[in-house]
Design a protein around this ligand. Sequence first.
Ligand SMILES: Cc1cc2nc3c(=O)[nH]c(=O)nc-3n(C[C@H](O)[C@H](O)[C@H](O)COP(=O)(O)OP(=O)(O)OC[C@H]3O[C@@H](n4cnc5c(N)ncnc54)[C@H](O)[C@@H]3O)c2cc1C
Length: 586
Amino acid sequence: MSIDRANIRWNGWGRENARTTFHVPETVWTWLAGVLGMPALLATPARTIEDIALPSVRLDAHDRGAIDAIVGSEQVHGDAHDRARHALGRSYYDLLRLRAGAPQFAPDAVVYPRSTSEVLALLAMASGRDLAVVPFGGGTSVVGGVTASAASHRAVIAIDMSRMSTVLFVDMRSLVASAEAGIFGPDLEKQLQSHGVTLGHYPQSFEFSTLGGWIAHRGSGQASGGYGRVKDWLLGLKLATPRGLLEVKPFPASSAGPDLLQLVAGSEGTLGIIAEATFRVRSRPTVSHYGAFLFPSFESGADAIRKAVQENVPATMLRLSDADETEFQRGYAGVGQSELRKHLAHLYLRARGVTAGASLLIAGFEGEPARVAHARRAFLAITKKAGAIGLGQGPGQRWLKGRFEAPYLRDELMGRGVGVDTFETATGWTNVARLHAAASAALREALRASAPKEGSKGITMCHISHAYTDGASLYFTCIFPRALDDEIGQWRMIKTAVTDALIANGGTLSHHHGVGEDHLAWMEEEKGPLGLDLLLAAKAALDPKGVLNPGKLIAARTPFRPFAQHAFENSALPASRPPARKGAGE
Ligand SMILES: Cc1cc2nc3c(=O)[nH]c(=O)nc-3n(C[C@H](O)[C@H](O)[C@H](O)COP(=O)(O)OP(=O)(O)OC[C@H]3O[C@@H](n4cnc5c(N)ncnc54)[C@H](O)[C@@H]3O)c2cc1C
């Protein structure tokens, strides 16, 4: 069962004409306008597909003939909807351009292979004909990972993997399974769970992202505490490259040289196209318990998570909101509640010693009943010592139910003149507080400096989303009034300020979103010149003509270009240069 692309929105989240799974009452929009210092939210509808300006097609009849000869003409699409759907990913920056009807880029054709041999033939053909190739899974990249930009080549094709979606085997004895890489999250889980096992990889983009995309950017599901990240569950794969098939065999462990699996994981379609993957699975949980706690402060909550992880408490998910995020969630949930009820809640919390600065933690436990009971007991003891209050299962269950809703809400916000973006990183426990403070301050300042009107303001918040014995990831969200006369300039200012702050304060460039085009300018700071040379050498070995996903992750370094600068040339949207970055001399 593969997803029908014709039913997927080309400029937003979800299926065409599908209602979102939740309704936002008018009172919430009024409340939000107040929080953002706007007299009222605006009406900023997206352009329709009829209004969209796509670049003209550059493939000639010989190219088209060569592609058709490999996959058959019915597997090659060139209609506006399919080209627009494959033009960009799903970042705020992508949506700005798509909703304005000016994506600037679009593949000259979208090709749907059905087998590894077709993918191999397509890559050999593209190398020979100077065609760039964008490997495309669900297209949910938020870092410009699937932008159909290819100035360096004659034309660009998107290779959409969604028709390679078969589960190949489930080995119940070894707890290992294998599938083609274009399978979408819900389909994969449904088939695995019918065997009584699960992969447990649930990124927020789960509904519309694929196994190949998860591996290609080495991401993390929300329940990584229990089921691991890509690097923990990936065992083997088949990578189609312009030079042939690279097979990394699935062994439980091996000391036969450097781990090629981890070279391919995170390569973001620049080294090859993952055709198949083999991965560890676990028994499907029989019990699931998601509860909530209110900690006196972000620091005390973070310390409780650190202790839980270092003491091996088997939690599936520990997610701690900072005071701003907790306050925002409280405000959102409180819209429409009577003042008396809010006051009573306030008095109750004060009596329990919780005042301003409190931080909400959602703790999830899944597995066998005895294991879950043991984990909950151990975690409860830690929360008690930290002075946290248990809030029962209500908030945890609500979080679980709405865990995939945020991208639908983002579309609603963008249609009302409101921007929303996210940034994520990871650092050691000794540095979590410093990085949290510095990046929050940089984000606040960028929102202030880019606010469209006197009195309007953005809001910032953060949560710990994944935890390890040595550190944790921090996930920042900002919601802000859009500067409609220079939206991209506003985004660029915010993105640059926050990313600079993350790097300057000891955070990684990305914990789970990857690099793509949008983070490219910071790659050398993260990997160092030799590290970058190593990656470029791997690319030269597998993709000598450089046709695979050009301009992403490991683009050649000279001359240094500020990130995605080309995106502004001939833009139908207002263009503005990013603030100069250290060492960014173009
Ligand atoms: C609302 C939202 C929430 C998100 N939440 C999370 C989250 O919780 N955790 C997380 O890790 N990420 C998250 N992401 C980021 C994104 O969803 C992930 O990057 C996702 O795993 C990408 O999968 P995809 O199939 O959509 O890949 P795509 O977006 O299609 O591709 C991502 C990258 O991988 C390459 N690629 C895709 N398929 C293949 C293949 N078969 N072989 C080689 N290269 C390939 C592409 O060229 C691109 O560089 C989120 C994104 C959105 C929009």
